[in-house]
Design a binder for this molecule. Structure first.
Ligand code: PMT
Length: 398
């Protein structure tokens, strides 16, 4: 399972660094290609010579190799890795990761990493129990990082408690489990909409909204990682999917989005309507810029746009799953349920603009998933990446 996998092993300055040697050895034995990045204080505990001899690669610690000036690209490393494991992770490094303090090669590479990150804390029991460490670990979890909980036992201080880095064999097991997890959406064709729509008034103006596409793109990436064949119909946004396999179809207006979706829906197993579609469009689009008149204010007549989710809801055949979103500002649950029924959805994801960490543009969201069968499940504030996984797991459960 680990054969051929590219793994960054991050080592920080704690006594448990001696266990990283065994971890490195086990990873290499499993066939993984391992790049060690060690923090300056990590080198106080273990020498790069041992690590490079075992990994077969020079160990990286600084941004440059001093005598040659060779630059180590944290961005390239972040793209190269299939997984990043930080073991041991000291309280200091955990805090830097939580806050984005990129003052060494390890934390800089962490911030650039696209791959899943596994963190194996190791520290004294009081440091482990301190509210700031707990909060920082919670923050890392909210970023989608996997925390490999430390074990309890006798610590380097001879105190007994929680803080011992998990044994290398168990860390390898966590990685193996991660990579062998069945891809629950394998073989499924998914259609996902994201972003806003723009409805042109004239060549320079449009009716739009604040959607950035972050939520829809996170769902598309997560679905691709879970094995689905994903088509992402996207309104105008300035982001791109992280997963190369996601097929992006770019559209501008609600009508274009509707056409792109209806064309593909018959061949779709699961559709998720995350786009913020303009409900109305100008009845007429001016071919030249509307000029500012001295005394007159232009009147723009609007016409209704198609309701894409409702259109697909009418076309849905048994076996297809159609999921909508509801973005509400009041009477949230009642409005979401009305949309669930009227659009013939199987599930609706409610997010409210009354939650400051939810909705447009944020990196987080707070959702309630309501199913046509009547169940409703509230989730805490999470990163959009994690929210995407919650939505997809709920769909798998369906
Ligand atoms: O893109 P981000 O900045 O990350 O923001 C994410 C988000 C807030 C846009 C997203 O989480 C979200 O809530 N998307 C749905 C926004 C919306 O239009 O909600 P609505 O309650 O107005 O629409 C209900 C459902 O009908 C949605 O699934 C919508 O895609 C769909 N719809 C709406 C109107 C229309 N004409 N056609 C549709 O298909």
């Amino acid at each position: 399972m680990l054969a051929g996998k590219h793994i960054i092993l991050g080592i920080t300055g704690g006594i448990a660094a001696y266990k990283s040697v065994m971890l490195l050895r086990l990873l290499i034995k499993k066939g993984a290609e391992v790049q060690v990045i060690i923090t300056p204080s990590g080198k106080e505990f273990i020498t790069p010579v041992t690590l490079s001899a075992l990994s077969g690669k020079p160990v990286i610690s600084e941004f440059f190799t001093a005598n040659t000036g060779e630059w180590h690209s944290h961005v390239d490393l972040g793209l190269w890795a299939d997984a990043m494991v930080i073991a041991p992770a000291t309280a200091c490094t955990i805090a830097k990761m939580a806050c984005g303090v990129a003052d060494n090669m390890l934390v800089t590479s962490y911030l650039s990493a696209k791959a899943p990150v596994f963190v194996a804390p190791a520290m004294d029991l009081d440091m482990m129990a301190h509210p700031s460490t707990k909060r920082n670990l919670e923050t890392l979890r909210s970023y989608g990082n996997h925390i490999i909980e430390p074990a309890s036992g006798e610590l380097a201080s001879h105190l007994v408690g929680k803080g011992r880095m998990e044994e290398p064999e168990n860390i390898v097991k966590v990685l193996e489990d991660f990579f062998c997890t069945a891809k629950p959406l394998a073989g499924k064709k998914m259609l996902i909409t994201a972003g806003p729509t723009y409805e042109r008034i004239d060549p320079v103006r449009f009716i739009g909204n604040f959607s950035t596409g972050k939520m829809g793109y996170a769902i598309a990436d997560a679905a691709a990682r879970m094995g689905a064949e994903v088509t992402l119909v996207s309104g105008p946004v300035s982001i791109a999917p992280e997963e190369r396999s996601v097929n992006v179809v770019k559209v501008e207006s609600a009508r274009e989005m509707c056409d792109a979706c209806t064309e593909r829906f018959q061949d779709t197993d699961i559709a998720i309507m995350c786009a913020a579609v303009a409900d109305y469009a100008p009845a007429h689009t001016y071919s030249t810029k509307i000029k500012r008149e001295k005394d007159e204010v232009p009147v723009i007549t609007l016409v209704k746009n198609p309701d894409i989710a409702a259109t697909l809801g009418r076309q849905k055949h048994p076996g297809q799953i159609l999921v909508g979103f509801a973005l509400e500002t009041d009477h949230e649950e009642a409005n979401a349920k009305l949309k669930l029924d009227s659009k013939n959805l199987d599930m609706i994801v409610l997010n409210s603009l009354r939650d400051p960490q939810a909705g447009f543009g944020t990196d987080t969201n707070k959702i309630t998933i309501i199913t046509a069968k009547g169940s409703a499940m509230d989730f805490p504030v999470k990163s959009k990446t994690e929210v995407a996984k919650d939505i997809l797991h709920a769909i798998v459960d369906l």
